[in-house]
Structures are given as C-alpha cells and as structure tokens.
Design a binder for this molecule. Structure first.
Ligand SMILES: [Zn+2]
Length: 50
C-alpha cells in the first residue's frame, strides 16, 4: 500500500504538531484538518507538509 507519512502544520504559527498517513491513490489533494495547536492554544487549520 502506498501510504505516505505526512506532517500537519499549523497555519498560524507554522509549527508541525501532528503527523498522519495518507493513501496517495485515494487522496491526491492537500489535506487540511482542524486540530488543537498547543502553541496558539486554540484550534487551528493544520495543513499537510513534508
Ligand atoms: Zn499554531
């Protein structure tokens, strides 16, 4: 299975708080999750980065 490990980066402080995996075959677009950022101390959109 071509699953790739990605990092999730906070849109505001640009810190990488989370990691995730994604299936390259089924997910081609950039992932974005709303997660809690401990540095901003609130929920922020987190974007996929490498
Ligand atoms: Zn943040």
């Amino acid at each position: 299975m071509p699953r790739e490990i990605i990092q999730l980066q906070c849109n505001e402080c640009k810190r990488r708080n989370y990691s995730n995996t994604k299936n390259k075959k089924t997910t081609t677009e950039r992932l974005e999750f709303k997660k809690f950022c401990p540095f901003c101390r609130k929920h922020q959109p987190h974007r996929e980065t490498k």
